[in-house]
Design a protein. Sequence first.
Length: 101
Amino acid sequence: AHSRFYHSDEIVNVFLEKMQRTIATRLASHTADLMRDVLGTPLARSMFTHIVADKLRKSATASVSAATLTAQLVSELLSRIVELKFEQLELRAAAGGGGPG
């Protein structure tokens, strides 16, 4: 049992955590989990890196398509993706939109 009241809807959970000022801690924890699970596992890291490299190559921006994909850049991109996902949830919640996606 949780010591806090949680709803099944992720947007409601994000709102409640923001109200309790716990969203930063949750975001840091989620990022750390993904870093460990994705970048800490050779197969998952290889797959993620391949996907990111393919996306970068297809960019219309020359500096992006020519970028060298280092381990540090992959790590920074994964971290930023997590941040952007939470920002997307915040925007949907503010707009009264649907669930996570």
